[in-house]
Design a protein around this ligand. Structure first.
Ligand SMILES: [Zn+2]
Length: 133
């Protein structure tokens, strides 16, 4: 299935770029933002499911070894480790995991494989610039 991974490609091309993730780890376009997302950077980050750190650059890739159930489990494990389940009942927490998976699938269905994307709030956009021949 198509998923989002942390990438160093184009990292540093945009002001305020940062990466604290592990190259190639699964990331999600969903995050809780603080009250100053522009200055702290959380409004631009893709949290990594393994590192629990974030990056401003993610790539759409095809991972035939993964299916939606496995990505759902990875999201469940990551969000559990980060404490997101602590104040939700099982139904609410599973709905949160469902929402993450839906957002990953929606973003990945919007861009071809190999696209490097950035995020600002709820918007995810391609970093590739069209060029005239
Ligand atoms: Zn923040």
């Amino acid at each position: 299935m198509k998923v989002l991974i942390a990438t160093n490609e184009t990292q540093g091309d945009h002001p305020g770029d940062y990466t604290w993730t592990v190259e190639g780890e699964l990331v999600t376009p969903v995050t809780a933002e603080c009250c100053s997302p522009a200055t702290c950077g959380c409004g631009r980050g893709f949290p990594g499911l393994a590192s629990c750190r974030a990056t401003t650059t993610a790539m759409v890739v095809e991972r035939p070894d993964l299916d939606p159930d496995e990505v759902w489990e990875a999201l469940y494990d990551s969000l559990s480790r980060d404490g997101w389940a602590d104040h939700l009942d099982d139904t609410e927490f599973e709905a949160l995991v469902d929402e993450h998976l839906w957002c990953i699938e929606t973003v990945c269905s919007s861009f071809p494989v190999g696209t490097v994307v950035s995020r600002w709030g709820t918007k995810v956009y391609s970093r590739q610039v069209s060029a005239a021949a």
